[in-house]
Write a protein that binds this ligand. Structure first.
Ligand code: S3P
Length: 166
């Protein structure tokens, strides 16, 4: 990894981006910034409230603005919301500003993991609905520099794999 390059962690909801980002940050001694938390802090609102009160389009604008601001900061591990890859502008910016790591996770596994979670407005407990969204996004996620299959792996194993490919 080139000094000062950011590391972007992408992947579908429930893929473990935040958990992996935290451990990776400890190991590499690089700070971690989460785009959803960044948005929640500047807006003083939960992501779910932004979706509900302002709509998805507004959230996507905030997401792009936040990504742009975060990229201007010192080298960081940037854990992203699952939909960050939807805008070409975001995908291009991430590629220009560092390395993109896609955490692939089996959709059945993520649907099970999130079944009781109601903090994610776009998560659908129905496997088929979730699968549709996941499959539509997959080619965009796959534009990443590295694809790590996280299915049945521990966080430690995932982090080790990431470190070994940097
Ligand atoms: C979204 C994923 C969420 C959050 C928002 C939209 C998505 O982040 O940004 O609810 O479109 O996949 P996580 O991937 O951290 O759940």
């Amino acid at each position: 990894m080139i000094n000062q390059e950011h590391l972007f962690i992408t992947g579908f909801m429930g893929a473990g981006k935040t958990t992996v980002g935290k451990l990776l940050s400890e190991q590499l001694k690089i700070p971690v910034i989460d785009t959803d938390l960044y948005i929640e802090r500047i807006k003083n609102k939960k992501v779910s409230e932004i979706f509900q009160e302002d709509g998805e389009a507004k959230f996507r604008d905030l997401e792009t603005e936040s990504l742009q601001e975060i990229c201007k900061q010192n080298q960081a591990i940037i854990t992203t919301g699952g939909g960050i890859i939807l805008r070409e502008q975001n995908r291009q910016l991430m590629k220009q500003q560092g390395k993109v790591i896609f955490l692939y996770c089996d959709i059945e596994e993520t649907t099970r993991r999130l079944a009781k979670d109601n903090s994610r407005p776009l998560f659908n407990a129905d496997l088929e609905e979730n699968k549709k969204r996941f499959e539509a996004r997959l080619p965009l996620y796959r534009e990443a520099d590295y694809v790590i299959d996280t299915t049945s792996k521990t966080v430690e194993q995932i982090v080790e794999e990431i470190v070994s490919c940097l």
